[in-house]
Design a protein around this ligand. Structure first.
Ligand SMILES: [Zn+2]
Length: 198
């Protein structure tokens, strides 16, 4: 009788032993950016974070969320959660808005923000992975001193997954199948990044 190779079983949970903190941006009265139909960034941040949580758990990770529902949490509280949990990586999930003078039609794409050197390769890897696998435009990878890139206890990256205000991009942002696909690809990207650093 044949037995499945043991290695296949091990590879099905490549994130075993890894703690990942997801921080869905905004919440409560703080809505974040708004799409053309009023869909708020705080909603899509939470939806995508929960989809990503499921995908990461499937791959063996232990996942923490800074919020599980629509509530306001301060930046200080979010950072405190990171410092308390000490995750292997921390990802803050956002979608972008534009200032009033911005060009909504021509501004689009996936952006990533990092601050400490330890987060640089994760930001670049996830950005390039999403752009390639989802065929999304690139907004860029930026060095920026933000509340949620500043934690140094762990590589901390802030993801801006698209522009709420761009009408074409917004169709993709609010589409349920696309949200699910994004979560899947992002989880695969996290697995592959860990494989490159280990
Ligand atoms: Zn935001």
């Amino acid at each position: 009788m044949r037995h499945p190779p043991q290695q296949l079983k091990q590879n099905s949970t490549p994130l075993q032993g890894i703690k990942i903190l997801l921080d869905p941006g905004h919440g409560g009265t703080e809505t974040g950016a708004r799409g053309p139909n009023g869909y708020t960034e705080k909603e899509v941040n939470l939806v995508v974070s929960k989809l990503l949580e499921k995908e990461l758990i499937k791959r063996g990770a232990t996942v923490y969320l800074t919020r599980e529902d629509d509530r306001e949490i301060s930046l200080v509280e979010r950072v405190d959660t990171i410092n308390k949990i000490k995750p292997t990586v921390a990802l803050s999930i956002h979608y972008n808005a534009l200032p009033d003078w911005g060009d909504a039609i021509n501004t689009k794409g996936v952006g990533m923000f990092w601050y400490h050197a330890q987060a640089h390769s994760l930001a670049i890897f996830l950005h390039n992975y999403l752009v390639a696998k989802l065929n999304r435009p690139s907004y860029g990878v930026f060095w920026n001193n933000l509340a949620l890139t500043r934690p140094h206890i762990t590589p901390s990256v802030l993801l801006e997954l698209g522009f709420m205000i761009n009408p074409d991009e917004f169709e993709w942002i609010e589409n349920r199948q696309e949200q699910a696909k994004l979560a899947q690809i992002l989880a695969d990207g996290i697995v592959e990044w860990f494989a490159t650093v280990n």
